[in-house]
Design a protein around this ligand. Sequence first.
Ligand SMILES: CC(C)(COP(=O)(O)OP(=O)(O)OC[C@H]1O[C@@H](n2cnc3c(N)ncnc32)[C@H](O)[C@@H]1OP(=O)(O)O)[C@@H](O)C(=O)NCCC(=O)NCCS
Length: 158
Amino acid sequence: MSSVAPSSLVLARAGGDDLDDVMAVMCAAFDKRFGEAWTRPQCAGILPMAGVSLTLARQDGRPAGFSLSRRTADEAELLLIAVHPDAARQGVGRELLKRFMADQRLAGARHLHLEVRDGNPAVELYRHEGFTVAGRRSNYYRGTDGDRFDALTMVLTS
Ligand SMILES: CC(C)(COP(=O)(O)OP(=O)(O)OC[C@H]1O[C@@H](n2cnc3c(N)ncnc32)[C@H](O)[C@@H]1OP(=O)(O)O)[C@@H](O)C(=O)NCCC(=O)NCCS
Protein backbone atom coordinates (compact mmCIF):
# COMPACT_ATOMS: atom_id res chain seq x y z
CA MET A 1 0.00 0.00 0.00
CA SER A 2 1.22 3.51 -0.76
CA SER A 3 -1.67 5.69 0.39
CA VAL A 4 0.34 7.78 2.87
CA ALA A 5 2.79 10.30 1.46
CA PRO A 6 6.21 10.24 3.13
CA SER A 7 6.45 13.05 5.67
CA SER A 8 9.80 14.21 4.26
CA LEU A 9 8.31 14.69 0.80
CA VAL A 10 8.38 18.23 -0.66
CA LEU A 11 6.79 19.11 -3.99
CA ALA A 12 7.75 22.37 -5.69
CA ARG A 13 7.53 24.08 -9.05
CA ALA A 14 10.77 23.58 -10.98
CA GLY A 15 12.45 24.89 -14.12
CA GLY A 16 15.43 24.58 -16.43
CA ASP A 17 17.91 24.72 -13.54
CA ASP A 18 16.42 21.46 -12.25
CA LEU A 19 16.94 19.44 -15.43
CA ASP A 20 19.87 17.46 -13.97
CA ASP A 21 17.57 16.19 -11.22
CA VAL A 22 14.71 15.57 -13.64
CA MET A 23 16.93 13.58 -16.02
CA ALA A 24 18.38 11.54 -13.14
CA VAL A 25 14.84 10.44 -12.25
CA MET A 26 13.87 10.01 -15.92
CA CYS A 27 16.81 7.70 -16.70
CA ALA A 28 16.28 5.58 -13.59
CA ALA A 29 12.48 5.37 -13.71
CA PHE A 30 11.61 4.55 -17.31
CA ASP A 31 12.30 1.15 -18.80
CA LYS A 32 14.05 1.88 -22.11
CA ARG A 33 12.31 -1.08 -23.74
CA PHE A 34 9.12 0.94 -24.05
CA GLY A 35 10.23 4.25 -25.54
CA GLU A 36 8.28 6.44 -23.10
CA ALA A 37 11.11 8.56 -21.69
CA TRP A 38 11.96 11.99 -23.05
CA THR A 39 15.45 13.23 -23.85
CA ARG A 40 17.00 16.23 -22.13
CA PRO A 41 16.65 18.39 -25.28
CA GLN A 42 12.96 17.47 -25.48
CA CYS A 43 12.46 18.57 -21.87
CA ALA A 44 14.52 21.74 -22.28
CA GLY A 45 12.63 22.59 -25.45
CA ILE A 46 9.16 22.40 -23.97
CA LEU A 47 9.85 24.14 -20.65
CA PRO A 48 9.75 27.71 -21.99
CA MET A 49 6.44 27.13 -23.79
CA ALA A 50 3.24 28.74 -22.58
CA GLY A 51 1.22 26.71 -20.09
CA VAL A 52 3.98 24.19 -19.39
CA SER A 53 4.76 23.36 -15.79
CA LEU A 54 7.27 21.10 -14.11
CA THR A 55 6.92 19.88 -10.53
CA LEU A 56 9.80 18.23 -8.72
CA ALA A 57 9.38 16.00 -5.68
CA ARG A 58 12.23 15.80 -3.17
CA GLN A 59 12.46 13.28 -0.40
CA ASP A 60 15.03 14.03 2.31
CA GLY A 61 16.42 16.60 -0.15
CA ARG A 62 17.01 14.08 -2.93
CA PRO A 63 15.10 14.15 -6.23
CA ALA A 64 12.40 11.49 -5.93
CA GLY A 65 10.07 12.23 -8.82
CA PHE A 66 8.63 14.81 -11.17
CA SER A 67 5.65 15.63 -13.33
CA LEU A 68 5.49 17.67 -16.52
CA SER A 69 2.24 19.10 -17.83
CA ARG A 70 0.79 21.59 -20.27
CA ARG A 71 -2.41 23.62 -20.07
CA THR A 72 -4.29 25.22 -22.95
CA ALA A 73 -7.39 27.17 -21.94
CA ASP A 74 -9.59 24.72 -19.98
CA GLU A 75 -7.62 21.59 -20.93
CA ALA A 76 -4.50 20.22 -19.31
CA GLU A 77 -2.35 17.27 -20.32
CA LEU A 78 -0.10 15.28 -18.04
CA LEU A 79 2.89 14.77 -20.32
CA LEU A 80 5.14 12.82 -17.96
CA ILE A 81 5.18 11.53 -14.41
CA ALA A 82 8.03 9.50 -12.95
CA VAL A 83 9.35 8.36 -9.60
CA HIS A 84 12.89 7.20 -8.89
CA PRO A 85 12.97 3.44 -8.14
CA ASP A 86 14.55 4.20 -4.74
CA ALA A 87 11.34 6.04 -3.79
CA ALA A 88 8.83 3.77 -5.55
CA ARG A 89 5.58 2.53 -4.00
CA GLN A 90 5.66 5.07 -1.19
CA GLY A 91 2.95 7.34 -2.54
CA VAL A 92 5.19 9.84 -4.36
CA GLY A 93 3.53 9.20 -7.73
CA ARG A 94 0.09 9.63 -6.22
CA GLU A 95 1.09 12.93 -4.57
CA LEU A 96 2.49 14.22 -7.88
CA LEU A 97 -0.70 13.25 -9.69
CA LYS A 98 -2.89 14.89 -7.05
CA ARG A 99 -0.79 18.06 -7.24
CA PHE A 100 -1.15 18.11 -11.04
CA MET A 101 -4.93 17.78 -10.70
CA ALA A 102 -5.21 20.45 -8.01
CA ASP A 103 -2.90 22.96 -9.71
CA GLN A 104 -4.58 22.59 -13.08
CA ARG A 105 -8.08 22.92 -11.65
CA LEU A 106 -6.99 26.03 -9.79
CA ALA A 107 -5.67 27.41 -13.09
CA GLY A 108 -9.06 26.80 -14.74
CA ALA A 109 -8.60 23.43 -16.44
CA ARG A 110 -11.78 21.37 -16.48
CA HIS A 111 -10.63 18.59 -18.82
CA LEU A 112 -7.55 16.63 -17.82
CA HIS A 113 -6.03 14.03 -20.12
CA LEU A 114 -2.93 11.90 -20.66
CA GLU A 115 -1.47 9.13 -22.82
CA VAL A 116 -0.10 6.02 -21.16
CA ARG A 117 1.31 2.80 -22.55
CA ASP A 118 -1.21 0.01 -22.37
CA GLY A 119 0.08 -2.28 -19.62
CA ASN A 120 1.96 0.41 -17.68
CA PRO A 121 1.23 0.03 -13.91
CA ALA A 122 0.56 3.78 -13.92
CA VAL A 123 -2.85 3.01 -15.46
CA GLU A 124 -4.00 1.83 -12.01
CA LEU A 125 -2.72 4.99 -10.40
CA TYR A 126 -4.70 7.11 -12.87
CA ARG A 127 -7.84 5.00 -12.51
CA HIS A 128 -7.66 5.33 -8.76
CA GLU A 129 -7.76 9.12 -9.06
CA GLY A 130 -10.79 8.98 -11.36
CA PHE A 131 -9.33 8.91 -14.89
CA THR A 132 -11.10 6.67 -17.39
CA VAL A 133 -9.94 5.23 -20.71
CA ALA A 134 -11.34 7.24 -23.63
CA GLY A 135 -9.36 5.83 -26.53
CA ARG A 136 -6.45 3.84 -27.84
CA ARG A 137 -3.60 4.89 -30.17
CA SER A 138 -2.12 1.87 -31.88
CA ASN A 139 1.69 1.61 -31.99
CA TYR A 140 2.08 5.02 -30.34
CA TYR A 141 5.33 4.21 -28.49
CA ARG A 142 8.42 2.82 -30.18
CA GLY A 143 10.86 0.91 -27.96
CA THR A 144 14.62 0.83 -28.34
CA ASP A 145 14.54 -2.47 -30.24
CA GLY A 146 11.83 -1.26 -32.60
CA ASP A 147 8.87 -2.84 -30.83
CA ARG A 148 5.66 -0.84 -30.91
CA PHE A 149 3.25 -0.37 -28.01
CA ASP A 150 -0.29 0.99 -27.90
CA ALA A 151 -1.18 4.06 -25.86
CA LEU A 152 -4.38 4.54 -23.92
CA THR A 153 -5.89 8.01 -23.76
CA MET A 154 -7.27 8.65 -20.28
CA VAL A 155 -9.48 11.58 -19.32
CA LEU A 156 -10.97 13.21 -16.27
CA THR A 157 -13.56 15.95 -16.50
CA SER A 158 -14.74 17.97 -13.52
C1 LIG B 1 4.05 5.02 -12.34
C2 LIG B 1 4.92 5.63 -11.24
C3 LIG B 1 5.00 7.15 -11.46
C4 LIG B 1 4.23 5.36 -9.90
O1 LIG B 1 4.98 6.02 -8.88
P1 LIG B 1 4.99 5.49 -7.37
O2 LIG B 1 5.42 6.60 -6.50
O3 LIG B 1 5.77 4.22 -7.28
O4 LIG B 1 3.45 5.16 -7.16
P2 LIG B 1 2.63 5.23 -5.79
O5 LIG B 1 3.44 4.66 -4.68
O6 LIG B 1 2.08 6.59 -5.60
O7 LIG B 1 1.47 4.19 -6.15
C5 LIG B 1 0.19 4.62 -6.48
C6 LIG B 1 -0.57 3.46 -7.12
O8 LIG B 1 -0.09 3.21 -8.43
C7 LIG B 1 -0.17 1.80 -8.72
N1 LIG B 1 1.19 1.32 -8.96
C8 LIG B 1 2.32 2.06 -8.93
N2 LIG B 1 3.39 1.29 -9.26
C9 LIG B 1 2.89 0.05 -9.50
C10 LIG B 1 3.50 -1.18 -9.88
N3 LIG B 1 4.82 -1.29 -10.10
N4 LIG B 1 2.71 -2.24 -10.05
C11 LIG B 1 1.39 -2.16 -9.84
N5 LIG B 1 0.75 -1.01 -9.47
C12 LIG B 1 1.51 0.06 -9.30
C13 LIG B 1 -0.82 1.15 -7.52
O9 LIG B 1 -2.22 1.16 -7.73
C14 LIG B 1 -0.43 2.13 -6.41
O10 LIG B 1 -1.29 2.08 -5.33
P3 LIG B 1 -0.99 1.05 -4.12
O11 LIG B 1 0.49 1.09 -3.84
O12 LIG B 1 -1.83 1.59 -3.01
O13 LIG B 1 -1.42 -0.28 -4.63
C15 LIG B 1 6.33 4.99 -11.22
O14 LIG B 1 6.19 3.58 -11.15
C16 LIG B 1 7.20 5.32 -12.40
O15 LIG B 1 7.94 6.30 -12.38
N6 LIG B 1 7.13 4.53 -13.49
C17 LIG B 1 8.01 4.73 -14.64
C18 LIG B 1 7.61 5.97 -15.40
C19 LIG B 1 6.22 5.82 -15.99
O16 LIG B 1 5.91 4.82 -16.61
N7 LIG B 1 5.37 6.88 -15.81
C20 LIG B 1 3.99 6.87 -16.29
C21 LIG B 1 3.86 7.27 -17.71
S1 LIG B 1 4.46 8.91 -18.04
